[in-house]
Design a protein around this ligand. Structure first.
Ligand code: GDP
Length: 449
């Protein structure tokens, strides 16, 4: 195994920059940078040293030594906290490369932790998700997964599968005896419980994936109903230009917001209307695109006046997709909702983008449309499409086996599906993951992690 090195902190000027070394030559390489190496064979040790380069002082740095196997990777690890000057950090890394270290690839430290049994694959992915988390709720979910909650939950299911496989295979060894009726009955019950348990877990992806990938919400409506004003209110800033001239939002504007811990990409679109103006027309096309891309559409109407033909056109366009009708301008005396709420069964929220009235209800309605309300308090969620796909595959296999058991098929046939299901669950935690898949997963990590 070679020794790898990488800058673990973000590139650029900062108070402190951390360089990480892992592998059998870590201690020797780090020792060559200082005059007197007095590292002790403790599990971990921190010492302040002067780094020398060509016998000149380069920096004063803290050397943290984690002796194998008491480290993140399970190997000898040195973390060197230098002053965060890109010039110093580059010289130190260059010197380490000269001394025989190799630049680490993305996630290579974590990959080594996985190989050395320090983490399961789903925990390793949680490390990546924790670093990438865009909201508190997303970070909390990643932290739960990092603690091993998902691995532990799957471990229970894997153990049940294994028990059933052992039972069926031992029955196979004694060919003359079929599985006794009582055993079949027990198998039946365990399969049903396993299916229910794993289905519940898989279903959480419907909510969980929004925590990781974010929810795409587009605001549409005819010109001047107050789309940009609603957009700004949700953003709590003045990012979009608000004017009284119809058609001023000519292009789409997208901004990330945080709705009760759920990352939302909010898009303000140009007014949906027929236009001869070429530039505005491009904006209108982008609006159509934003509508297609969105997970949820907010249709803004002006509640202070009767609905126009254009309003009806917009409402009919979104009829079959998830949407919330935002009835704006509730502060105007002539405000009166003329929509029949039962028509296409939409959620209607009364708001005033000027006074902020109803904006909290609007935020709640956006999340409620996805069952995301108070998701930050939810239990363990599946957030990763890879995990969801493997759970679904394992569910299909278990269903197949349950079906065969119903049809009184032979143990030999029933056991195949259970083996496949076990294989899929093992791919989530990494025991049965191929090298190819591992390199695909680790390519999505940061360098230095
Ligand atoms: P857009 O064309 O749909 O994006 O609409 P804008 O956000 O640019 O707003 C059009 C006009 O309606 C502006 O004059 C806003 O000040 C006004 N407006 C927007 N929301 C409200 C509201 O809730 N109450 C009142 N009274 N006026 C509003």
């Amino acid at each position: 195994m070679d020794t790898i090195v990488a800058l673990a902190t973000a590139p650029g000027r900062s108070a402190i920059g951390v360089i990480r070394l892992s592998g059998p030559r870590s201690l020797a390489i780090a020792s060559s940078l200082i005059e007197e190496s007095d590292f002790q064979p403790h599990p971990a040790q921190v010492i302040l040293k002067t780094i020398k380069l060509d016998s000149a002082d380069l920096d004063q740095a803290l050397f943290t030594y984690f002796r194998a196997p008491h480290s993140y990777t399970g190997e000898d690890v040195l973390e060197i906290s230098c002053h965060g000057s890109p010039v110093i950090l580059r010289q130190v890394v260059d010197q380490m490369l000269l001394l025989g270290a190799r630049l680490a690839g993305p996630g290579e430290f974590t990959l080594r932790a996985l190989s050395n049994g320090k983490l399961t694959l789903s925990q390793a992915e949680a490390v990546r998700d924790l670093i990438d988390a865009r909201t508190d709720a997303a970070a909390r979910q990643a932290a739960r997964q990092l603690k091993g909650e998902l691995s532990a939950r799957l471990q229970r299911s894997k153990q049940r599968l294994l028990d059933m496989i052992v039972l069926l295979e031992s029955a196979l060894e004694f060919v003359e005896d079929d599985l006794p009726a009582l055993e079949r009955e027990r198998l039946h019950k365990t399969l049903a419980e396993l299916l229910a348990d794993l289905s519940l877990l898989a279903e959480t992806f419907q909510v969980g994936h929004f925590l990781r990938d974010g929810l795409k919400v587009a605001i549409i409506g005819r010109p001047n109903v107050g789309k940009s004003s609603v957009f700004n209110r949700l953003l709590s800033s003045e990012r979009a230009i608000v004017t009284e001239v119809a058609g001023t939002t000519r292009d789409t504007l997208t901004e990330p917001i945080n709705l009760h811990g759920v990352p939302v990409m909010l898009t303000d679109t140009a007014g949906v209307r027929e236009s001869l103006d070429r530039i505005e027309k491009i904006g209108v096309e982008r609006t159509q695109q934003a509508m297609v891309d969105a997970d949820l559409v907010l249709v803004v109407i002006d509640g202070s006046m009767a609905l126009t033909r254009e309003d009806h056109d917009v409402l009919s366009q979104v009829e079959s997709s998830p949407h919330v009708v935002v009835c704006n301008k509730s502060d105007v005396p002539s405000y009166n909702i003329l929509l029949d709420p039962s028509a296409s069964n939409p959620t209607i929220v009364k708001v005033s983008a000027v006074t902020d009235q109803g904006m909290d209800q609007l935020r709640a309605a956006i999340l409620a449309a996805f069952g995301l309300w108070e998701s930050s308090e939810a239990g363990l969620l599946i957030t990763d499409a890879r995990h969801y796909d493997l759970l679904r595959r394992s569910l299909l296999e278990i269903k197949g086996s349950a079906q065969l058991l119903n049809e009184e098929a032979s143990e030999e046939l029933i056991v195949v599906g259970l083996h496949n299901a076990l294989q899929s669950l093992g791919e989530i935690t990494g025991e049965t993951t191929t090298e190819d898949i591992l390199s695909q997963i680790f390519a999505t990590f940061c360098i230095g992690k």
